[in-house]
Design a protein around this ligand. Structure first.
Ligand SMILES: [Zn+2]
Length: 424
């Protein structure tokens, strides 16, 4: 006669022994979430805060094999990729790296469960209960600890959040996200309840953040030689996403619009905080042709700021870029010119820069300074998503544009201009 199956705190027991965690039907739960009429960020939040934590206890205390954890991870990644419509090639590290490091913050079960089991077993030795301390020396516990060692992913596979972040930042697509943790504002849109972001925009923002938008260079990965395909519009550089969004003459107008939108948002926030704001005035100076900072703002207590906006390349040290922009405007001539016009002492003028990357990553010091001026986190978060939108629209307009380098033949039909993701 078989012994009855008992379920206690989510773990199945047969007699006194745990049995395989067979009731973990993650695939069915993921399918239900996939079919539910939720936005992608709501599905991600369900997975992160409900589905995976619900599984953790049973996986730590129940019996299972390392291969089953990897299978569960594959199911999770597959669901996330479908929710965000990722093309092939988006690194798994983007899914498992912490949100503040530029990832999606989805826990990897194969990386976390063996470690949690090991912690539980090692805690037996420190228990105040003598029976638990005695159990720590049982063969069963030793076997379980050996299983944890075998099941923990070994290098080069990441086995912790920090290692997933490092793997993301070492990847071609993720290296521009390595300064993400300098300011939490860079990533808050990913998991905050930002109901204002539509499903399509949310997916587009991730495509910009992880640089998965199709370009000629991306779509020929693995199938070309060492020569990268040149930009179809200007023929001056390889058709990387960075070139399309940030450098190509075809998207120049889009970059101006994005820059002006950021300057407008900052100016509006300063006005709301009591600053008297002036935009785009040209200051004539004897030493050069003059300077036109994006914003000069004065407060009634006679403090004054000169502020310029820049949306930059995130693969460089953004603090250096930020300092270079400040140096450009922090000149005696400009201070004197602003001082005379605004009636503020030159040494009471602060020169600043609003610096973030085209993939929505803030220079930490720039974000901190803007917060000190009274600009809210909500406004800075809005600037992050505005930049992501602008970068996406640059890519969109690039593939619908027809302006070409004079030496190039006329374009084929417009529908064939947009490369398809994953086409080799
Ligand atoms: Zn170009």
């Amino acid at each position: 006669m078989s012994r009855p199956l008992r379920r206690y705190l989510g773990v199945d027991f047969m007699g006194v022994a745990t049995i395989s965690a067979s009731r973990v039907d993650l695939g069915r739960a993921l399918a239900r979430v996939t079919k539910a009429p939720f936005k992608p960020h709501q599905k991600l939040r369900l997975l992160r805060t409900y589905l995976l934590p619900k599984l953790t206890y049973g996986l730590v205390f129940g019996r299972l094999m390392a291969g089953s954890l990897q299978e569960l991870d594959r199911e999770v990644r597959s669901a996330v990729r479908s929710w965000l419509k990722f093309p092939p090639g988006v690194p798994s590290a983007y899914i498992h790296a912490p949100v503040k490091s530029g990832g999606l913050g989805i826990v990897s079960l194969s990386a976390s469960i063996p470690s949690l089991r090991r912690q539980r077993l090692l805690a037996l030795r420190g228990s105040s209960w003598g029976v638990a301390r005695a159990a720590a020396d049982l063969d069963f516990v030793r076997q379980q600890l050996a299983w944890c060692d075998r099941a923990t992913p070994s290098a080069p596979k990441p086995s912790s959040s920090a290692e997933f972040a490092a793997a993301l930042h070492e990847s071609v697509d993720g290296k521009e996200l390595r300064q993400c943790s300098e300011s939490l504002i860079s990533s808050q849109w990913v998991d905050w309840a930002l109901e204002g972001i539509g499903a399509r925009d949310y997916r587009h923002f991730h495509a910009v953040r992880v640089a998965s938008l199709p370009t000629a260079v991306r779509c020929t990965r693995g199938s070309r030689g060492t020569t990268l395909p040149l930009c179809r519009a200007c023929r001056s550089r390889s058709e990387h996403l960075y070139h399309v969004v940030q450098q190509c003459p075809r998207t120049h107008r889009g970059r101006i619009l994005r820059h002006d939108a950021v300057a407008k948002q900052i100016a509006g926030a300063l006005s709301s905080s009591g600053w008297d704001v002036e935009r785009e005035r040209l200051y004539h100076m004897p030493s050069d042709q003059g300077k036109k900072p994006n914003i000069v703002a004065v407060k009634p207590n006679q403090s004054c700021i000169i502020l310029d906006v820049q949306v930059v390349n995130g693969s460089l040290d953004m603090e250096q870029t930020w300092r270079a922009k400040i140096r450009k405007y922090d000149t005696n001539d400009l201070r004197q010119a602003v001082s005379e016009l605004k009636g503020v002492a030159p040494n009471n003028i602060r020169v600043m820069a609003a610096t973030l990357s085209w993939r929505g990553v803030w220079c930490g010091k720039s974000a901190t300074e803007l917060r000190e001026l009274g600009i809210s986190v909500g406004v800075l978060r809005g600037i992050t998503t505005r930049v992501l939108l602008g970068s996406y629209l640059n890519w969109w307009s690039f593939y619908r544009g027809t302006s070409l380098h004079p030496s190039l033949p006329p374009p084929p039909s417009s529908s064939s201009l947009i490369p398809r993701a994953g086409v080799g």
